[in-house]
Design a protein around this ligand. Structure first.
Ligand SMILES: *Cc1c(COP(=O)(O)O)cnc(C)c1O
Length: 378
């Protein structure tokens, strides 16, 4: 609990990283396009900015906001969630070993298999929703445990406190991909995780118009310093305008996520009673295997859900083809509701059931969303 601040997240989202501009008193922060910053006569940079790959006022404001939202010591933002993940993996050394949950975001799995394995980073893929599998996979070379909860697209729940305890005992660092839950619903640092990762493309941005990623560190340590070094040296940084959009999105994060979560619960309950539906994967349903854990660990169950259809893949594709209000599209976390046949998006090596549709619930009225799904499933 050491990282929890007494100020509420609604207030942090509006105020962290935002002050009227020192030069003009403008409330909306100016976008600093300059790639370079003037040096003082003594050669110094008293304001801390020298060249925009190393640092930029808009990026600094966003990092301040994200660190405050998660309750971490510092945040480092990147040009995409995948670039953020890549940078953490590159901060390790060849010969190191990573334990990764097997239903992590498919792009992270691809990085481990196709980019980092040839670079001699070893990986064990486990079901992290079973902490015993994580414990059993630890080797003397293990440096990092990577979990994602709720997971994509099966919405499995991983016990963050249990994973953190295993990691502490083994002197291994931990990362939680908190993209689905957002800090509004889940604070991984409160359970002892070391790093939080976000695809800010999703809920943080919230409007499907900006790509970004972030790594937030609970405390500064050797790995966070290496990530900071690689951010500037590798250069996978977001533009000043991207940072401005993300800071703007963050201000309404709690409002959006709460509205989306309420809609998702209504939709999940409705689908669970629908005769065309085989199974609804949503941690807010009592029938979900991770429900009790999610109740303890989260402040709400999120706005992502998946469901499988009785009629198999053909029925899933048919329903996805018939939606009118939902948009058939990948990605998630925006104000508009999306539906996706996940297996065909993930490609031939997917483990996702072929009769599964994944839904990102937006801020429209729940009744309208339910009516759309009903007519598509009829
Ligand atoms: C989208 C996503 C990512 C990858 O982020 P990009 O911004 O698309 O690179 C990683 N993890 C999760 C859970 C995601 O949804």
């Amino acid at each position: 609990m050491e990282t929890r601040t007494s100020v509420h997240i609604e207030t942090v989202s509006v105020h962290a990283g935002r002050e009227p501009d020192a030069a003009t008193a403008a409330l909306s922060p100016p976008i600093h396009l300059s790639t370079t910053f003037a040096r003082e006569a003594d050669g110094g940079y008293p304001r801390g900015f020298s060249y925009t790959r190393a640092g930029n006022p808009n990026r600094h404001a966003l990092e301040t906001c994200l660190a405050a939202l998660e309750g971490g010591a510092e945040a480092m933002v990147f040009s995409s969630g995948t670039a953020a993940a890549m940078t953490v993996l590159q901060a390790l050394n060849p010969g190191d070993h990573v334990i990764c949950t097997q239903d992590a975001y498919h792009g992270v799995l691809r990085l481990l298999r196709e980019v980092m394995a040839p670079w001699q980073l070893g990986t064990s893929f486990v079901d992290a929703s079973n902490p015993d599998e994580v414990r059993a996979a630890i080797t003397p070379a293990t440096r990092l445990i990577w979990v994602e909860t709720p997971s994509n697209p099966l919405l499995k729940i991983t016990d963050l406190a249990a994973i953190a305890a295993i990691a502490r005992e083994a002197k291994v660092l931990t990362v939680c991909d908190n993209t689905f839950a957002t800090p509004v619903l889940q604070k991984p640092f409160d359970f002892g995780m070391d790093f939080v990762m976000h695809s800010t493309t999703k809920y943080l941005g919230g409007h499907s118009d900006v790509l970004g990623g972030a790594i937030i560190a609970r405390q500064k340590n050797a790995l966070s310093e290496r990530v900071r070094f690689l951010q500037a040296s590798g250069g996978a940084v977001p533009s000043p305008f991207d940072c401005w959009l993300l800071l703007r999105g963050a201000a309404t994060l709690p409002l959006r996520v709460r509205a989306q979560t309420a809609n998702a619960l209504a939709i999940a309950r409705h689908l669970a009673a629908h005769q065309a539906v085989a199974n609804v994967l949503y941690p807010g349903l009592e029938s979900h295997r991770g429900h009790a854990l999610a109740r303890r660990q989260m402040q709400g169950f999120g706005a992502m859900l998946s469901f499988t259809l009785q009629g198999g893949e053909a029925a899933a594709l048919h329903a996805a083809a018939r939606v009118k209000l939902f948009t058939r599209a990948t990605s998630l976390g925006g104000v508009e509701s999306l539906i996706e046949h996940r297996a065909s998006m993930e490609g031939p090596d997917t483990r996702t059931p072929r009769n599964l549709l994944r839904v990102s619930v937006g801020v429209e009225h729940a009744d309208d969303l339910i009516a759309d799904l009903d007519q598509a499933l009829a």
